[in-house]
Design a binder for this molecule. Structure first.
Ligand code: NAD
Length: 496
């Protein structure tokens, strides 16, 4: 089976033909071929999106009509949740229950932004007092236009929907380029969108590699905005490309997020959230809390319990019942993580558990959940995003030290703090330089709350109202009271 592109309301093969394999990371077997779109396909897709936007076929609809279509998309996803979740698990390796969360969240995201579009239209323009009674001024929000969306492989459908749902709700048209490592669920998204009756050209899908399809998309002169989620190095290239066309760019990039645990915590609860913070989705999570800071008096006890609990995690194929840790998405990422583990041997860090392939697995890209302790602060595993099931733990003595260590990173996506003392938690939350702070938990994510990073973790916000607003342009409309005279040239002449 070879997938197709979706351009201008039609499923089609890439102009130059060509495809690449979709691999099941649990078996290392190919299970489909993915259409390899290239510059010519991107050009056709962007032109279709431009034409659809400029025609007003979508942006000119009342919000209620767009919202009704978005709700049909949400229902279309829900109707196929089991099937799409199974496909996501096969493509990415994540445990099936986690894939179900993703797909259900994706459906909800369309419902949520349908509601925001209706609310925005009901609010209408915003009056502005310009301080001169002869003028009436108002602010109008309009769709930004044609959006190019480039997404990663860790939450393949959900990361795409975080862009597609608000963009469509706002009245934009879009060309989506998902990751070549996990494209399959986005092909199903195109089918659902097509079946929901979205007009031709409003949503377009071009699967393909970063250099062959992603780069031509970021370079395309007819785009108005680029919405990117991925790594910092690619984010830099995307921003550079956007600068050529002076286009709006939003970047959701990587992280190395800290989790501060104070000694007054319940150890069981702390361990539960540490595990969820780094081993959920195999640690392939931008906001994973991969640096743990533990108050020194709790440090030995917490490490003992963390070791025991980590070693009890059920590893296996994502579709096996009870599995909590699936295989790494692809050979390239698997090799990258093994490289980190190999170099960590000489970093001075103490290995607590894991550190390589788990015993008993001779097929599949499996990595044992891995814990390091006493990690030198300049060690690569403490400083760099590994994007796998690997966590580093260090002790601290004072609140100020914990905050300083937590903030000592070029990243600022997320952070977490745990203590019985809520005043302390909020104090720390305010001091952490990151866009998302969890108190007494790590990772729960809500469509209604803004998502994005400080520092090298990105620019802009997705989700929530901010995620909707990022697909809008701001226009002022200012009216002079024509019964009055301005009195500068003609009227001034008359009065001389
Ligand atoms: P990546 O940067 O390798 O690829 C992301 C996307 O960019 C893919 O679709 C890829 O094909 C495309 N791409 C590659 N080269 C390109 C180029 N030159 N021009 C245009 N597009 C190009 O990232 P990845 O490995 O797919 O994803 C993992 C990264 O994503 C991690 O760093 C993770 O932290 C980050 N991430 C961030 C968030 C967030 O919300 N902040 C969410 C998920 C993932």
């Amino acid at each position: 089976m070879t997938t197709e592109l979706y351009i201008d309301g039609q499923f089609c093969a890439p102009a130059a033909g060509g495809s690449f394999p979709a691999i099941d990371p649990a078996t290392e077997q190919e299970f489909a071929q993915v259409a390899a779109g290239q510059a010519e396909d991107i050009d056709r897709a962007v032109r279709a999106a431009r034409k659809a936007f400029d025609s007003g076929v979508w942006s000119g609809l009342p919000a209620a009509a767009r919202a009704a279509t978005l709700r049909r998309i949400a229902q279309g996803i829900r109707d196929r949740v089991d099937e799409i979740a199974a496909l996501e698990t096969r493509d990415n390796g994540k445990p099936l229950p986690e894939a179900r969360w993703d797909i259900e969240d994706a459906a909800f995201c369309f419902d949520y932004y349908a509601g925001l579009a209706e609310a925005a239209e009901a609010r209408g323009d915003t009056p502005v007092d310009v301080g001169d009674a002869r003028f009436e001024s108002r602010i109008r929000r309009e769709p930004v236009g044609v959006v190019g969306a480039i997404t990663p492989w860790n939450f393949p459908m959900l990361m795409a929907v975080w862009k597609v749902a608000p963009a469509l709700a706002a009245g934009c048209t879009i060309v989506l380029k998902p990751s070549e490592l996990c494209s399959m669920s986005c092909v199903e998204l195109a089918r659902v969108i097509d079946a929901a009756g979205v007009p031709a050209g409003v949503f377009n899908l071009v699967t393909g590699t970063g250099p062959e399809a992603g780069a031509p998309l970021t370079d395309h002169p007819l785009l108005d905005k680029i919405a990117f989620t991925g790594s910092v190095p690619t984010g830099r290239k995307v921003m550079r490309a956007a600068s050529q066309g002076i286009r709006t760019v939003s970047l959701e990039l990587g992280g190395k997020s800290p989790f501060i645990i104070f000694a007054d915590c319940d150890v069981e609860k702390a361990v539960e959230w540490i595990l969820f913070g780094i081993f959920w989705n195999k640690g392939e999570v931008c906001s994973a809390t991969s640096r743990i800071l533990v108050e020194r008096s709790l440090y030995p006890r917490l490490l003992d319990r963390l070791k025991q609990a980590t070693e009890a995690i059920t590893i296996g194929a994502g579709d096996e019942p009870g599995v909590k840790l699936g295989p790494i998405v692809a050979k390239s990422q698997y090799d990258k993580i093994l490289g980190f583990l190999d170099r960590a041997k000489t970093s001075g860090a103490r290995i607590v558990t894991g550190g390589g392939r788990p015993k008993g697995f001779d097929k599949g890209y499996y990595i044992a959940p891995t814990v390091y302790a006493d990690v030198p602060l300049d060690a690569e595993i403490w400083r760099e995003e590994i994007f796998g099931p690997v966590v580093s733990v260090n002790p601290f003595d004072t609140e100020a030290e914990a905050i300083a260590l937590a903030n000592d990173s070029p990243y600022g996506l997320a952070g977490a703090v745990m203590s019985d003392d809520l005043a302390r938690c909020y104090r720390v939350a305010v001091k952490l330089r990151a866009g998302i702070i969890w108190i007494n938990c790590s990772q729960p994510t809500f469509t209604q709350a803004p998502w994005g990073g400080f520092k090298s973790s990105g620019i802009g916000r997705e989700l929530g109202q901010a995620g909707y607003d990022s697909y809008l342009e701001t226009k002022q409309i200012t009216r002079f009271d024509h019964r009055q005279s301005w009195g500068w040239y003609l009227d001034a002449e008359a009065s001389q």
